[in-house]
Design a protein around this ligand. Structure first.
Ligand code: WTA
Length: 634
């Protein structure tokens, strides 16, 4: 059985009303469509003060029995994962539900043999290959907690994440195929271990290209050697609904990235429910999400949501521009993709390459096209609708976050009204509101603008941040009393549709990748000649936001392009290429308030070229520096 599928806008409205009037009844009904070993005792217990949020308490389940076992009777031969490799000439791999079940079981047995059990943390550092999805599910099968780290992060960033969660194992590949490049993956894991990861006992290495890698008998184990001979049945660990399913690190406005924690029961119910409704998935459809499993979008909408619904989920190893900018559309045509889900940054990048790359491919199978990760500008929305959706396919602009686990505000396929740049209405069960940033009071009526907050829990809300519950409380539940604060600002139009404006905290969204400005500053400051730095986002045509760094260097340092290159290299080493500054301006001082705080508002305005609207700078401790910053803008 599957959750309720909405069939019209009126149906959406009645389901929404029900979900608000009787949230427990609403979610109990959805949850009852899954296989539970034991039914829950209470649907919901919560307060947003501590916070303490428990869904389906007392319920026992294993999410993989719902992703895999329960489909075997009806769709064992249907493709579960459709793997499209990096090179267009290489054959696609169709992995059926039966095969996926067996592979997950074999890998689960291998992990158990290597000493991994319930509650142990396993870190992943892998390219987009089926073995990543398989072994993530294998962790869930045996009750181990997966922590997937995007394979573009540096060795230092990997080590930080491994150590924060005391991971017992790292699963990686030898190499990552990206376009015409082969990127060493195992060597970065080796580097992370050299930095120091005392909790790691085993590195399980998947052979992807077969090229040479360094090998250390004391901890390296080949994936195929361990997995291939295993039994194809693996008893699933019985999990409590509130046992941890995974940790996923994400950036906030302060300090180190934090490990967002999701639990088994609620995450299962919500990812399946939202997948089914937003994409209006029908049996037999081929669904494709282009995200990487290193991000929440890949977790919820390549792996869990689609498999829970018995869907065929396409997984793509490559990049949108290899061998040319028509690759996405070629894959859509080749596999007759019905639902396509990507990020605005990819849309803008492909749009910039020219319309001709979209032509000549049969996109007639598309029924819904989606966007996620950052605000989509009107031009990109219109281009997507026209050139990919051929003006007839509905666009769903889905707003959500790592912390929300699933899509929160979005159209329901073609059933909802569409308006460019507007995510639209909340999903059933989601109670958003806008809050005045000064009074912290809810803005009633339409239109309205303010901080975007959520008033009531939904099943896949984060439960804590790994190892630091207080941080979870301070970051999300303290700004607006009694509510979950998203960090985003938004507007509601006269019809109550939501438009997300963007982050109101010190988080930048670069090509859909979330980065804390403090995190980038800390990385820049690692360069020996840097005294102080301040990082802000600025509007960037393709990336959405670019990174603009104001840097003070020590006496005697040459403030030139050579030093810029060194600073970029330092950031690559500390975080990874996704965090490298697009622009670096050397300055003698930063604008500060009398209490010593950097005035970021001014830095943002100058970086954006809006120096005419700086506002009052007279309260600064050092107003004279503003002129220098404007003149030296890069
Ligand atoms: C932004 C990605 C506008 C937003 C799923 C949010 C969006 C952050 C949209 C979360 C959208 C995501 N429209 N902005 N449709 N989707 N965002 O955790 O600022 O990587 O807070 O989750 O991305 O990024 P995260």
């Amino acid at each position: 059985m599957l959750p309720t599928q909405i069939t019209s806008f009126e149906h959406y409205q009645s389901e929404y009303a029900r979900s608000v009037n009787d949230p427990e009844g609403f979610w109990a009904k959805q949850a009852s469509t899954f296989n539970w070993r034991k039914k829950w005792d209470h649907v919901l217990e919560w307060n947003f003060e501590e916070p303490n949020i428990k869904w389906f308490q007392g319920g026992k389940l294993n999410i993989t029995e719902n992703c895999l076992d329960r489909h075997l009777a009806t769709r064992s031969q249907q493709t579960a994962l459709l793997f499209e490799p990096n090179a267009p000439g290489d054959p696609a791999r169709h992995i059926s539900y039966r095969e996926l079940y067996e592979e997950v079981c074999k890998t689960g047995n291998a992990l158990r043999e290597l000493g991994i059990g319930k509650g142990d943390r396993v870190c992943f550092y892998m390219p987009m290959v089926p073995e990543l999805a398989i072994s993530v599910l294998a962790c869930a099968r045996i009750g181990a907690i997966h922590s997937v780290v995007f394979a573009g992060f540096s060795a230092q960033a990997l080590a930080d994440r491994v150590n924060d969660a005391d991971c017992k194992m790292i699963i990686c590949s030898d190499y990552n195929k990206r376009g015409n490049k082969n990127i060493g993956v195992k060597e970065i894991v080796d580097e992370a271990l050299a930095i120091g990861c005392p909790s790691v006992q085993t590195v399980l290495v998947h052979r992807n290209t077969g090229e040479e890698i360094a090998w250390d008998e004391s901890y390296d184990v080949w994936y195929h050697e361990k997995v291939d001979g295993q039994a194809a049945e693996c008893p699933a660990e019985e999990m409590d609904a509130e046992d941890v399913l995974f940790i996923l690190y994400t950036s906030g406005s302060t300090g180190k990235p934090k490990g967002v924690v999701h639990t088994c029961g609620g995450y299962m119910v919500y990812t399946a429910y939202s997948f089914l409704n937003v994409f209006q998935y029908q049996p037999g459809d081929v669904y494709w999400c282009t995200a990487d499993i290193g991000w929440i979008t890949g977790h919820s909408y390549i792996v869990y949501g689609p498999l829970l619904c018995g869907a065929t989920s396409l997984m793509f190893e490559g990049v949108p521009t290899y061998p040319d900018a028509g690759r996405f559309w070629e894959v859509c045509a080749k596999h007759k993709v019905n639902q396509f889900y990507t990020a605005p940054t990819a849309i803008r990048a492909l749009m910039a390459q020219g319309d001709e790359f979209t032509e000549g491919y049969d996109l007639s199978h598309l029924k819904v096209i989606g966007s996620v990760g950052e605000p989509i500008n009107e031009e990109a929305w219109e281009w997507y609708k026209k050139h990919i959706g051929k003006d007839t396919v509905p666009v769903v602009d889905t707003w959500w976050q790592t912390e929300t686990g699933g899509m929160m505000i979005s159209g329901m396929g073609g059933h909802s009204p569409q308006k460019p740049t507007f995510a639209g209405y909340p999903l059933p069960g989601i109670q958003p509101c806008l809050v005045d940033k000064n009074t912290m009071q809810e803005e009633e009526g339409n239109p309205a603008a303010g901080l975007l907050a959520i008033k009531f829990p939904w099943p896949s809300i984060l439960r804590t941040t790994w190892g630091d519950h207080l941080r979870c409380k301070h970051t999300y539940f303290s700004t607006i009393p009694g509510m979950y604060f998203t960090g985003d600002g938004a507007r509601r139009d006269a019809d109550g549709m939501y438009r997300i404006i963007g982050r109101v905290d010190d988080v930048v969204n670069v090509s859909g990748h979330r980065l804390g400005t403090a995190e980038v500053e800390n990385a820049i400051d690692e360069h020996p000649q840097v005294v102080e730095s301040a990082v802000v986002g600025y509007p960037h045509d393709i990336k959405g936001q670019g990174i603009y760094a104001y840097v003070i260097v020590g006496a005697g340092a040459g403030a030139d392009d050579a030093l810029r290159a060194e600073i970029v290299a330092t950031v690559r080493q500390e975080i990874g290429p996704i965090a490298k500054p697009d622009k670096i301006q050397f300055v003698s001082a930063l604008p500060k308030t009398r209490s010593g705080k950097i005035m970021r508002r001014i830095l943002r305005k100058i970086a954006a070229g809006e120096q005419d609207s700086l506002g009052d700078v007279s309260t600064l401790l050092n107003p004279e520096v503003v002129e220098e910053l404007i003149l030296g803008r890069v």
